[in-house]
Design a protein around this ligand. Structure first.
Ligand code: A2P
Ligand code: 11C
Length: 338
């Protein structure tokens, strides 16, 4: 059985990767529709040795597709996801538009695949934020084994999380600065090349940014545990692909570093690289970018807390953080639920 798939945001950083992952993983596609704004209608995108012509989403008839993978921004999903669902196209939405609604499942397939069953209520399944996804793939086996009470996390996030214009901005600023020329920040409020910006998304009333609060809200919803305390600081760094995270945990029962390492080695989707020697850990550029795994290293017991554990967690934010996770949701949906 095959499924007609509509990819909305097909010309963007995530949408392009969704198409290549559908192809790579041999998702059982029938027709594939590449959708974007009127600006890029008619543009051609390579797919399975041929080309797809980009169509304006405003003119697309969603009853032609059974599955929609949406990644064109929250305001675009707000309009088109309900329309698509109404037309019988089940939407996997990679924006923040519906994530916090009680009757919309928010899914990381390695963590809470069973939640997909709830798609029937609204016809929409939400894909979490990239920084939450990779953290929870790593934390799920630990939470199942000993319970997690509190998470302190600092992130080091790549510019591809912002989209294509930000990827271009980092490249352009780097070249200009290396040539001794002045730069003018456009996408980010300050220079991103050779810098680190402690702001991702907008500021909230409590002084955290929205990216930070997404990690709090989404962790509780996906783990199905409102008692988990999460304290994030999210930072944008001059890396093109791959988010890194320093995660500090307080567990309910003691777990040794050796036990944690064993649990993580056996868990789905995780690659442990943890040797106490120079380079014996994963990094965004060397291990994660272009790969599917969530890489974990620097696993150690916190010397400042009796039930504390430290981890370094790295993944390709465009793949596992967005496009791959969405395709995995679609795979589970078609295998198990429809
Ligand atoms: P377009 O190329 O037509 O602007 P990125 O996050 O890499 O910047 O990509 C954003 C994606 O979302 C692009 O494919 C972009 O298409 C699409 N997009 C942005 N705004 C709209 C809109 N109003 N309607 C449809 N697609 C949109
Ligand atoms: C970033 N996490 O790295 C953001 C991108 O809620 O889907 C993803 C935003 C979202 O900038």
């Amino acid at each position: 059985r095959t499924f007609n798939v509509a990819v909305l945001g097909a010309t963007g950083a995530v949408g392009e990767t969704m198409l290549s992952i559908l192809e790579e993983r041999e998702f059982p596609v029938g027709e594939v529709y590449a959708l974007a704004s009127a600006r890029s209608a008619g543009q051609r995108i390579e797919f399975k040795g041929g080309y797809l012509a980009v169509q304006d989403v405003a003119e697309f008839d969603f009853s032609k597709a059974q599955i929609g993978l949406f990644s064109a921004g929250a305001s675009v999903s707000a309009i088109y996801a309900p329309k698509a669902a109404e037309a019988g196209c089940i939407v996997v939405d990679n924006t923040s538009c519906f994530r916090y609604e009680d009757d919309i499942p928010l899914v990381v397939p390695e963590v809470n695949p069973e939640a997909i069953a709830q798609y029937k209520t609204r016809g929409i399944i939400a894909n979490p934020n990239c920084s939450t996804i990779q953290m929870l793939v790593a934390l799920k086996p630990i939470h199942d084994a000993v319970g997690i009470e509190r998470i302190n996390v600092c992130t080091y996030q790549a510019v591809s999380g912002t989209g294509k214009q930000a990827i271009e901005e980092l490249g352009k600023q780097t070249a200009l600065l290396l040539n001794g020329k002045p730069i003018k920040p456009e996408v980010y409020p300050k220079q991103i090349a050779f810098n680190a910006l402690p702001q991702i998304d907008v500021f909230m009333e409590n002084g955290y940014t929205k990216e930070e609060m997404k990690m709090v809200w989404e962790t509780r919803k996906i783990m199905g545990d409102d008692s988990i305390q999460v304290n994030p600081t999210t930072v944008r760094v001059p890396v093109f692909y791959g988010h890194s995270e320093a995660v500090h945990l307080e567990t309910r029962e003691k777990l040794s570093a050796a036990q944690a390492r064993e649990l993580l080695r056996r868990a789905p989707g995780i690659v442990v690289i943890d040797e106490h020697k120079p380079g014996g850990y994963p990094t965004a550029v060397t291990e994660a970018a272009g790969h599917d795994g969530v890489f974990v290293g620097r696993i150690r017991e916190d010397i400042s807390h009796p039930r504390g554990l430290d981890l370094w967690v790295v993944a390709d934010n465009v793949r596992k953080g967005a496009a791959l996770n969405s395709v995995q949701i679609a795979e589970t949906l078609v295998k198990t639920f429809i």
